[in-house]
Write a protein that binds this ligand. Structure first.
Ligand code: GDP
Ligand code: MN
Length: 387
């Protein structure tokens, strides 16, 4: 999960890294040096796209915040506008750390050429340091990063605070990536994180139950929020599937094993998986609740919806009823695009209900998968003829 800049900065500050004074619009920090008005989007390159605006008067802040609020930056929605005290920048540096799966450790990166053109900086100008997870960050490594930043030895203590803070943010917050670009040296000689890009490890959410306040989880999709509210397990692949992988399938199953096996079967057949839901005992909470889970399922942006359920104790008929209830709601996909495989208790009556609703039904996973692939092929053909 990616965090917005202001959420990331709150985490950096918690670990002792200095950040500029800032507030979420319509709040505005006191400043004698003017302000920076910053669009909060889940992508970088805001500076180049007009998402970072300078203002020298309060009225200007208001105008520029209004201009950014509720709009889009490229394809990205602006979730909020963050207003900061403007910094008097002497130099911009790059400092980042990430969980390096290839090397099995956290790797820190530093460059004296930070700022909006970091992508153009040659690799030779970015130093990397692997941190042994058993030893942790050592003093000589901080020294090495300070030299890579070409910062004066007088700033040793400041650099140590920033590097240690960044490393602790990664480890203690279970982040996958923490990037400060730019790390700013002001003319007054202060080192501050002027930007923050943080991605947290989704699988570690349960270790941070205390997170609230500035970490608003706003970066979660509406689908994932809904899954949490309904107490079911959701997978949202939005943004992870390359766009040519269309058409895509969303999967709903009961039981982690069956759901993941279905997921794998679909993925291996070459169709993109848009996301999945594991019912997680939803049926025990009644038909109405299960219908809500189906509505959440239909929030996934997919071309085809595959349901694969097997119940030996509960009635598949209740599941079929919940599906039909959900299909009567506004904004759900057309019924031809819903493929159902159900087996178990009262299978025959559920077959009747599903077919009467106009969805494809088969008790066989093979037939259901073939149907999914046939639909995918015909959708791909229509897409081709349309373009
Ligand atoms: P990004 O483009 O999304 O990475 O947004 P950043 O927050 O990194 O801002 C982009 C650029 O705007 C920075 O590299 C700075 O050059 C400039 N900038 C950001 N904050 C300030 C500030 O307080 N004062 C000044 N003068 N420039 C700033
Ligand atoms: Mn930046």
């Amino acid at each position: 999960m990616k965090l917005l800049e202001y959420e990331g900065k709150a985490l950096l500050a918690k670990h002792g890294i200095a950040i500029p004074l800032g507030a979420l619009w319509p709040n505005c920090p006191a400043s004698e040096t003017g302000w920076v008005v910053k669009a909060q989007v889940l992508a970088g390159g805001r500076g180049k796209q007009g998402g970072i605006l300078l203002a020298s008067e309060r009225k200007e802040v208001e105008e520029k915040a209004a201009r950014l609020k509720g709009t889009r930056l490229g394809a990205e929605p602006v979730h909020a506008v963050y207003v900061e005290q403007r910094l008097d920048i002497a130099h911009e540096y790059y400092l980042a750390g990430f969980v390096n799966r290839d090397r099995g450790c956290v790797t820190l990166m530093a460059s004296a050429s930070g700022g909006v053109d970091i992508e153009q900086v040659p690799k030779s100008e970015i130093d990397t340091v692997d941190i042994d997870p058993l030893i942790g960050l050592a003093h000589f490594q901080i020294q090495r990063l300070r030299r890579a930043l070409k910062l004066d030895p007088q700033l040793d203590k400041c650099v140590a605070a920033v590097v240690t803070g960044l490393y602790r943010t990664l480890v203690e917050e279970d982040a996958e990536l923490v990037e400060i670009n730019p790390l700013v040296l002001t003319r007054a000689g202060q080192l501050l994180a002027a930007d923050a890009k943080i991605a947290l490890d989704d699988d570690a959410v349960s270790r941070h139950q205390d997170r609230s306040g500035p970490i608003a989880w706003v970066t979660d999709s509406a689908f994932m929020q809904r899954c949490r509210a309904l107490d079911v397990i959701g997978v949202d692949n939005r943004g992870r599937i390359p766009s040519p992988a269309r058409p895509t399938v969303a999967i709903l199953g009961n039981g982690a094993g069956l759901t993941m096996a279905t997921y794998d079967q679909v993925a291996l057949s070459g169709v993109g998986v848009a996301g999945a839901i594991e019912l997680h005992g939803a049926l025990a909470r009644g038909v109405a609740h299960t219908a809500d889970v189906f509505r959440a399922f239909f929030m996934l942006d997919a071309d085809i919806y595959l349901i694969n359920a097997f119940y030996q104790l509960r009635s598949t008929e209740a599941l079929a009823q919940a599906l039909v209830q959900a299909l009567d709601s506004p904004g759900v996909p057309s019924r031809e695009r819903v493929v159902v495989r159900m087996r178990g208790v009262e299978q025959h009556s559920s077959e009747g209900i599903v077919k009467a609703a106009g969805c494809f039904y088969s008790p066989s996973l093979r037939e259901a998968t073939e149907r999914v692939l046939a639909l995918a092929r015909s959708l791909a053909r229509t897409a081709k003829t349309a373009s």
